[in-house]
Design a protein around this ligand. Structure first.
Ligand SMILES: *[C@@H]1O[C@H](CO)[C@@H](O)[C@H](O)[C@H]1NC(C)=O
Ligand SMILES: *[C@@H]1O[C@H](CO)[C@@H](O)[C@H](O)[C@H]1NC(C)=O
Length: 990
């Protein structure tokens, strides 16, 4: 075996020597290089920024050496470096590149090249640094790579290379960096890599390698990094791995490695900074000697089978920043009941994160007073059988953002000192035996997003100061013995989830509950709440509401039918009486409905055969009737028909007659009186439609004065006005000198009058005569997104921008997919996105929008949309479709996060906003992001970077040139919501 492989090697060497000598025999010069480069150019099928198209040309007299991406040697004037990185190029590599025989640096990094690497490149025997990274190359890694005698750096990460690694790689004694992460490579990691004695960095993570880690590679004396994570490696970690004086990074997580750590593990690792062994099958103890690896900053051993105690010498690791031992069988030192390893860590002044959850630690929390008190951000120790009280000294951890001690055996009260933890965003103490009242001091936690105190023994009222927890989104206080809800509770308008079930809460449900406009889940079941439920306004995001097992009474309010997002409604086991409102049961999304055990009567409204709820939804009521499958008596037809006749025919006739008389009376009284009567209408509820007179508008705007003017466009002008009832509105007066004015009034009226969505600007009224047309719209006090992006005294942070983009996407989703006829907005841009007082984004300006009929697109000749945001097919052929909006939305996303207008002068030439963003993806996205939004080194940098990267990738998927390839708004909304969730999770808000 040995001999035969040696023989093959010898033959290959011979062949290569021959090839090299023939290469010399054919005399090559700069003309050869030029024709090789032109061949390379000819193999490129897409050059989106026309980099090569315009520059690599023989028509001008410039030498090859002046072409973009080319460097020539100073003496011999031959091409020595070819750098095509980040150019967005597609195509294959021309074999002629093998003629560039003086090449020492070659980079195709971050393009869309595909196909395999041509064998002709084997002639490039001067190559030192090669990068194929971040492309779509496929096939096996060629064995000639191993015969490049000067190769020092080989990057081929993030491609589709498959098959095994060529053994020939072991020949390259000059190789320092081998970076092949994220491919489809498989088979064993060849032992012969151990012959590459210069190797410093090996990265083979995210592949399909199997078998054991070869001892030969971890003994390489210059090795500083070995990253083999996320493969399927098995067997023991060679002990030599932990006996390597230069090693700084050992990353072997997510494999199937087994066995123990050597007891001398830390003795010979003087430079080790990062040790990632999580998610393997390692067992045995964590040796105390690990504490001798004194440079260690990150120690992550989670998700293994480690047992024994957590060494209380870990505090010797003075540089430690992150400690993660989650999901093992670790316990405390047996000599003391305290978790003494925690006491030892107080010396680690840079420690930011301790995660030890899901271990049977079985001890008490020590007094945490020490040097880490200002650095620690995260302490996660749920499900650890922690006993005793929460020590007062927890209040010293002044930078703590997450405190997660749920599912333990903690007793005693919540220490009032938690009020000192001003940065706390998540407090998780659920499922313990904590008792006492909730301390008022909790109200000081202005940054608290997530509070879970459920399943404890808390009693007494929820503190009256609750309204100051203004960041709170998720609140779980269920299964305690709390007695009352303060009125300030309902002022937390950003709440998303509330669970107060299974307490002893009493009192009424106030009207203010409607202020929780974003709440999606609200569970108030199993309490002693009582009284009638009044008309509920707002709550339009509510998906799941349970009021079960309380003492509510009176009718089920009709206004429940405004809860348009509702999927689950449980009103069971109360004293509700009267009939079930028909409008309620028709709610489109409702799929669980329970009114059992009340005192309801009358006919159960029918919901069509297929969506029928079952008998259990209605049982235990006194006098409900309906179809037999609901196990209620049939409704009595006779009495019903008489009522029906009265309701259907006689009543309307009577009302009509009365109205007619009234109308005649009013008409006789004259016009002025008429206007006045209407003025007394139900103006308080702005959602109600009413006509308005020119006079009223004139008064509202001080005679359309200049001071009330807030915007002007080709369609006309927008004024801020105050109606006679005090309501502030925006009044859009259309310019009727131009035909567009008429058209846009009609278009906008058609759209806004027929649809409604919380992210569409609401129309309040219109005023239309032959020579004056105006719309009265909801006033948006915060102005437009454009203003917020570009004026210097405004700033929107990551979450605000993301939330606004979700708002806009939701409204488009509704326009495209949720309306009876799809609506295309056609003019999406930051100045058409307005912000209400709560900074919720609403889409406005439907002046050129279009209803689509049955076709999925239509063509129109005149294009009025805005340059820069317009989809290519709209600009060139006037094709209108929902996909055009998706394109504009993609551009909008880019603009919102880069703060660069697509018509900015930097995009005057070949480069567009889209091209500029695309060439930055994925590795230099930071270069294009609004620098106010993201700076290196700031808090949560990685989470933010991840977030904007995902957003920019989505923006690309929205703004592809061909409409068929674009995403749709349904998917966009889902993706964005997921990006937001991930972001919140990454910054520790969830
Ligand atoms: C390069 O060599 C070719 C012949 O192989 C010759 O025709 C040409 O003139 C040479 N060009 C230069 C710039 O020396
Ligand atoms: C490598 O991928 C190609 C397709 O790109 C496939 O034809 C070939 O069988 C794969 N080889 C191995 C060893 O998986």
């Amino acid at each position: 075996m040995e001999i035969s492989s040696f023989f093959i090697f010898f033959v290959l060497l011979l062949v290569h020597c021959l090839m090299a000598s023939t290469a010399v025999a054919v005399r090559t010069n700069i003309t050869t290089d030029q024709s090789a480069l032109l061949a390379l150019k000819a193999h490129i099928t897409d050059d989106p920024y026309k980099t090569l198209a315009s520059n690599w040309s023989t028509s001008t007299s410039t030498s090859v050496c002046n072409w973009i991406g080319i460097t020539c040697g100073s003496k011999h004037l031959r091409v020595t470096a070819l750098n095509l990185s980040h150019m967005g190029l597609s195509g294959t590599i021309a074999p002629q590149v093998g003629k560039l025989t003086f090449l020492s640096h070659l980079s195709f990094r971050n393009n869309n090249f595909h196909g395999s690497l041509p064998n002709e490149l084997a002639s490039l025997r001067r190559l030192e640094v090669v990068s194929f990274g971040l492309n779509n190359f496929s096939g096996m890694l060629p064995s000639w790579l191993g015969f490049l005698p000067k190769l020092q750096v080989l990057y081929a990460y993030n491609n589709r290379f498959n098959g095994t690694l060529p053994e020939s790689l072991g020949n390259i004694s000059s190789l320092k960096v081998l970076h092949l992460s994220t491919n489809y490579l498989s088979g064993r990691i060849p032992k012969c890599l151990g012959n590459c004695t210069s190797l410093e960095i090996i990265r083979l993570d995210d592949n399909y390698f199997t078998g054991e880690i070869p001892q030969e590679i971890v003994t390489l004396s210059n090795l500083t990094e070995v990253t083999l994570a996320n493969n399927s490696l098995t067997g023991h970690i060679p002990n030599a791995t932990f006996n390597s004086s230069n090693i700084e990074i050992i990353s072997l997580y997510m494999n199937q490695l087994s066995g123990n750590l050597p007891s001398s593990i830390g003795h010979w690792l003087p430079n080790l900074k990062v040790l990632y062994l999580w998610d393997n099958g390692l067992e045995g103890i964590i040796p105390n000697s690990i504490s001798n690896a004194s440079m260690l900053t990150e120690l992550e051993l989670g998700a293994n089978y480690f047992c024994g105690s957590i060494p209380n010498t870990l505090g010797n690791l003075r540089h430690l920043e992150r400690l993660n031992l989650v999901n093992n069988h670790l316990t405390r030192e047996s000599s003391t009941v305290e978790l003494s390893f925690l006491s030892s860590l107080i010396n680690c002044v840079n420690l930011t994160s301790i995660v030890v959850a899901n271990n049977p630690l079985n001890g008490t929390l020590p007094i945490l007073r020490g040097n880490f008190s200002t650095s620690l951000e995260q302490f996660v120790a749920f499900n650890c059988n922690i006993k005793g009280i929460i020590p007062r000294e927890i209040g010293n951890l002044s930078n703590l953002m997450t405190l997660s001690l749920e599912d333990n055996e903690l007793i005693g009260p919540i220490p009032t000192i938690v009020g000192n933890l001003g940065n706390l965003q998540g407090l998780f103490l659920q499922n313990n035996r904590i008792h006492g009242s909730i301390p008022n001091d909790i109200c000081h936690l202005r940054n608290l997003v997530d509070l879970r105190l459920n399943q404890n023994k808390l009693f007494g009222p929820i503190p009256t100061c609750w309204g100051s927890l203004s960041s709170l989104r998720n609140l779980y206080l269920d299964s305690n013995q709390l007695t009352s809800i303060p009125s300030s509770f309902w002022s937390l308008r950003d709440m998303l989830r509330i669970n107060l079930s299974s307490n002893s809460l009493n009192g009424y449900l106030p009207l203010d509950v409607g202020k929780l406009e974003h709440v999606t889940q609200m569970d108030l079941s199993w309490n002693k709440l009582s009284g009638e439920i009044h008309a509920i306004k707002g709550l339009c995001s509510l998906v799941n509401l349970s009021l079960a097992h309380n003492k509510f009474q009176g009718p089920i309010p009709q206004s429940f039918s405004n809860l348009i997002s509702m999927e689950r409604l449980d009103l069971s086991d109360n004293n509700f009486s009267g009939e079930i409102p028909k409008s309620l049961i028709e709610l489109k999304c409702l799929n669980y409905f329970n009114v059992s055990f009340n005192r309801l009567q009358g006919e159960i409204p029918s919901r069509g055969v297929r969506n029928q709820f079952s008998a259990s939804s209605f049982m235990g009521n006194q006098a409900l009737c309906g179809p037999p499958q609901l196990q209620v008596p049939p409704c009595k037809r006779s009495s019903k028909t008489t009522t029906t006749i009265i309701v259907r025919y006689i009543l309307p006739a009577m009302i009509a007659a009365i109205l007619a008389v009234f109308l005649i009376f009013v008409l006789m009284k004259g016009q002025k009186r008429d206007a006045k009567l209407k003025g007394q209408g139900d103006l308080l509820s702005l959602a109600e439609w009413r006509r308005i007179t020119y006079l009223e508008l004139e008064q509202a705007t001080n005679g359309f004065s200049e001071t009330n003017l807030v915007g002007k466009g080709s369609f006309g002008s927008v004024y801020k006005g105050t109606l006679s009832d005090g309501a502030t509105v925006a009044i859009k007066v259309f310019n009727l000198n131009r035909e567009e004015g008429f058209k846009s009034f009609e278009a906008e009226c058609d759209v806004l009058c027929s649809i409604r969505h919380r992210n569409l600007v609401k129309i309040i009224s219109s005023c239309s005569s032959n020579d004056f047309k105006a719309l009265v719209l909801e006033y948006m006090p915060k102005g437009s997104l454009h203003k917020w992006l570009y004026s210097h005294n405004h700033f929107l942070d990551m979450l605000e921008r993301l939330s606004m983009m979700i708002d806009v996407a939701s409204s488009l989703e509704y326009l495209h997919h949720g309306c009876p006829l799809p609506v295309v907005h056609c003019d999406l841009k930051p100045s058409n996105i307005l912000l209400n007082k709560d900074m919720v984004a609403l889409v406005s300006d439907f002046g050129i929008s279009k209803f689509l009929g049955n076709e999925d697109s239509m063509t129109q000749t005149m294009t009025l949309a805005t340059i820069g945001y317009m989809a290519p097919e709209y600009g060139s052929q006037g094709i209108i479709s929902t996909r055009g909006d998706v394109y504009s939305y993609g551009i909008l996303l880019m603009e919102t996060f880069t703060r660069k207008n697509p018509t900015n002068e930097m995009f005057a030439g070949e480069m567009s906003l889209k091209g500029w963003v695309r060439q930055s993806l994925p590795y230099s996205v930071i270069e294009v992001i609004d620098s106010n939004l993201l700076k290196r080194g700031e808090e949560n940098f990685n989470a933010k970077l991840d977030c904007v990267l995902s957003i920019m990738q989505l923006a690309m998927a929205c703004s592809t040139e061909t409409p068929e390839e674009r995403s749709n708004m349904r998917d966009v909304v889902t993706t964005l919501k997921n990006i937001k969730l991930k972001f919140l999770k990454d910054v520790g808000e969830d």
